[in-house]
Design a protein around this ligand. Structure first.
Ligand SMILES: C[S@@+](CC[C@H](N)C(=O)[O-])C[C@H]1O[C@@H](n2cnc3c(N)ncnc32)[C@H](O)[C@@H]1O
Length: 271
């Protein structure tokens, strides 16, 4: 398995997946956003920065909590994601959501003005994660909060190894570098916070099973997640064989849920 972040084409993957990700983020793993929201002290009127906003699962939840007297600035590197967030915020009448282009590898120094800075399921795309974390911290006001959510180990077990074996059988060497494995260990993420000069981060983990209502429920998860890169690389015919192999295995083994663990790190800036 390649260990090279560059081997995962983040731009093409999330550009291709954007609309399906928006659906999956609500239908399958909206609970990740809900759990992060539950960890934050959200009140009307707060100013929040949502980095790597994607199609806005966190942006919309944050906007609802801070209300029209607050503000949520949502940032993503991809236009497709920004458009979805903008449209979904407009559909809800959230005029207090501002969507901007931004790259977490190259954020300008912040002005320490945000009550909360959030980055959900995005840190692991940064080339230098400690440097990006330090830049996130520069946007947090004294007394404010930085919240980072990442994916824990064993994502999508027990189906994941079956899926990868089937992919490998179809196309040996198919890109299997998964950026989220860079931050699936709480000690590693805590040490990144320390390297970034962020003191006192509190780490918590949540372990859930996403319900698979039927064997056919697996493929929309591939189709609507970062695994989409493999589906695209396999092409239609091989992708179809992989899908059928996974569905048969899920059926034979009576699997009705897949593992999703999340890690949350929350740090409060000293006043
Ligand atoms: C897995 S999605 C997470 C979306 C959302 N935050 C959520 O909780 O579901 C990752 C997002 O990070 C964005 N992204 C990846 N690399 C980035 C970068 N260097 N700077 C800003 N956004 C980036 C992608 O475009 C994508 O929208």
């Amino acid at each position: 398995m390649s260990k090279d972040l560059e081997s995962f084409d983040t731009t093409t993957t999330y550009r291709t997946v954007s609309k399906d990700y928006a659906v999956a983020a609500e239908e399958f793993w909206g609970f990740i956003s809900d759990e992060t929201i539950a960890h934050l002290d959200l009140r009307a009127g707060l100013r929040v920065l949502d980095l790597c906003c994607g199609p806005g699962p966190m942006t919309l939840r944050l906007a609802e909590r801070v209300g029209s007297g607050g503000c949520v600035e949502a940032v993503d590197v991809l236009e497709e994601m920004r458009t979805l967030t903008r449209e979904r915020a407009a559909q809800r009448g959230f005029a207090h959501v501002i969507v901007r282009e931004g790259d977490i590898d190259a954020l300008p120094e912040g002005d320490a003005s945000f009550d909360i800075v959030n980055c959900s399921l995005g840190l692991y795309f940064a080339r230098d994660m400690a440097r990006s974390l330090a830049s996130f911290w520069s946007y947090v006001r004294p007394g404010g909060t930085l919240a980072v959510t990442t994916i824990g180990p064993r994502l999508f077990d027990p189906v994941r190894p079956v899926f990868f074996e089937a992919c490998e059988a179809e196309l040996p060497g198919v890109g299997t570098y998964l950026p989220w494995t860079r931050t699936d260990d709480p000690d590693v993420v805590l040490s990144l916070f320390e390297q970034a000069g962020i003191p006192g981060a509190v780490v918590s983990t949540d372990r859930r099973a996403i319900r698979l209502a039927s064997p056919q429920a697996w493929w929309p998860i591939v189709h609507g997640s970062g695994l989409r890169q493999l589906q695209e690389e396999l092409g239609e015919a091989a992708g179809d064989r992989v899908r059928r192999r996974c569905e048969a295995w899920i059926e034979q083994n009576g699997v009705t849920g897949i593992n999703v663990e999340t890690l949350r790190l929350i740090a409060t800036k000293p006043r």
